[in-house]
Design a protein. Sequence first.
Length: 127
Amino acid sequence: MTCKVLIVDDSKLARMSVVKVLRTLHADWKRIEAANAAEALELTKELSPDVALVDFNMPGKDGVTLAGELRALNPRIAVAVISANRQVNVIDRTQTAGAAFLPKPLTESALAEFLDAARRQREKEPK
């Protein structure tokens, strides 16, 4: 199953890092990049990604807030918030928004585990 993955981070270098790991895991999956929350929301409306990988710290709107908005637009989207901030309240907010929390630095194994779980969940859902 090929998926569309939205990568949201205000840092081009961080997006490139996620793309590199994603290519290793799923070279055939389509990658969509956004530099901020507004772009991510527009791209979600336009392209309906299956998965979103969202940085926590971004100007204007944090990744947890964006995660909730993405899920409101598309309840089937699997969202992970990526952050070095491992405070309990950040992780709790992430889970309350219906997203997974992935710690930075993002490892190939952590991303693979999240993507596999997202794919399994998507395959179980009615079309």
